[in-house]
Design a protein around this ligand. Structure first.
Ligand code: PLP
Length: 374
């Protein structure tokens, strides 16, 4: 008999979502320029508490355009966590910017903040903070360093829609923040992203980069080049509808996590996410776990057993400081130690917590995971 497979993140599309998308289609608004796009941008601004929002085709492009608009030069440096997705690094490497990697905190899995100040040099042109797996990064120490050294703080909030840091929305802290609306994110448009900022010049620059560098005065006369990074109205219609129930989505993820945490309270060979810090409560965007090193098993081994038993899983991020691609850009991937990011990459993985998961599916995950890890 074939085991039924439980995907790691099955999205939830409601009748309201479908109605919203259908209305865009039946109104004939399908391109990346319409009131659906501006409404989605405005709704995000309202939710997060920002002045300007620029919808783009995905969260990686949101980061690419942000880095592009900072006008960085070869040899400049940007400080960022090692434990994050490649999207944070790609455009830095393409621009010849030197990434300065920070290790992760072993409990929160977010970047350590106490080592950042010592990494600032005269070439540092930005700090890129990333909220990891549903627990906000400790922003105040970073904002403080950024202000004292006069460098912009960029906030990758792709995993942090609706999360609060000391009661304030993630995505509202940096000079600019970026979001993703990929299928597994708290708010999804299938594929999609956005840049938020309070700086008008920066917003205009990003708008131009998003839209081929068309000039407002003479459309087909170009003083600069951009890309076509627009997000379609059909996708924005979905985003508008999804955003309306963000608070419910967050509660649902916490409910899924609470069930797991209770069921797994006897498992002592894994570390679970931190539930609460002084500044935030975990939203459990993904439900991650990290095997103890002395258990003698890597996440790869455990994942292959779970997958064979019909349980979808994903590995944690592979640390950026060890990415083989660094070599292509003249950087040595073996110099930095960063032991915690390395350990998370080797021993961490996450299990199904998609919004569409049923209780029965969750029971099945609990049974298989407990069996595998006892
Ligand atoms: C998902 C994600 C991105 C990339 O977003 P895409 O829309 O998939 O391109 C960037 N940063 C972080 C932290 C993410 O989780």
């Amino acid at each position: 008999m074939k085991v039924p497979f439980i995907p790691v993140s099955e999205p939830q599309i409601t009748p309201e979502d479908i109605a919203s998308v259908t209305s865009a289609l039946s109104d004939g608004w399908i391109s990346g320029e319409s009131h659906y796009v501006t409404q989605f941008e405005n709704d995000m601004c309202l939710k997060v508490g920002r002045k300007y929002g620029i919808a783009v085709s995905n969260g990686s492009v949101a980061l690419d355009l942000t880095i592009e608009a900072l006008n960085l030069q070869p040899g400049d440096e940007v400080i960022l966590p090692s434990f994050t997705i490649i999207s944070c690094l790609s455009q830095l490497l393409r621009k010849g910017v030197k990434p300065i990697f920070v290790d992760a905190d072993s409990a929160t899995w977010n970047m350590q903040t106490n080592t950042v100040e010592s990494l600032v040099t005269s070439r540092t042109k930005a700090i890129l903070a990333v909220h990891i797996y549903g627990l906000p990064c400790d922003m105040n120490p970073l904002a403080d360093i950024a202000i004292r050294h006069g460098i912009p703080l960029i906030e990758d909030a792709a995993e942090a829609h609706g999360l609060l840091y000391y009661g304030k929305q993630c995505g509202s802290f940096g000079f600019a923040s970026t979001f993703s609306f990929y299928a597994n994110k708290n708010v999804t448009t299938g594929e999609g992203g956005m840049i938020l900022t309070d700086n008008l010049d920066f917003a205009q620059k990003i708008r131009s980069l998003r839209n081929l560098g068309f000039s407002p005065e003479e459309r087909f006369v170009h003083k600069e080049l951009g890309w076509n990074s627009r997000l379609s109205s059909i996708q924005c219609a979905l985003g508008i509808s999804q955003l309306k129930r963000l608070d419910k989505i967050i509660l649902r993820r916490q409910e899924i996590a609470a069930r797991y945490l209770e069921a797994f309270s006897n498992l002592d060979i894994v570390q679970f996410p931190v539930h609460k810090t002084a500044y935030a409560t975990n939203n459990y965007w993904v439900f991650g776990m990290v095997l103890n090193e002395d258990a003698g098993r890597t996440s790869k081994e455990i994942r292959s057993i779970l997958e064979a038993n019909g349980i979808g899983t994903r590995p944690f991020f592979f640390p950026l400081h060890r990415q083989p691609v660094l070599k292509q850009y003249g950087l040595d991937s073996s110099v930095d130690e960063l032991p915690i990011a390395t350990k998370l990459g080797k021993y961490g993985f996450y299990i199904p917590n998609g919004l569409a998961i049923t209780e029965q599916q969750q029971d099945c995950v609990i049974e298989k995971v407990s069996e595998c890890l006892k």
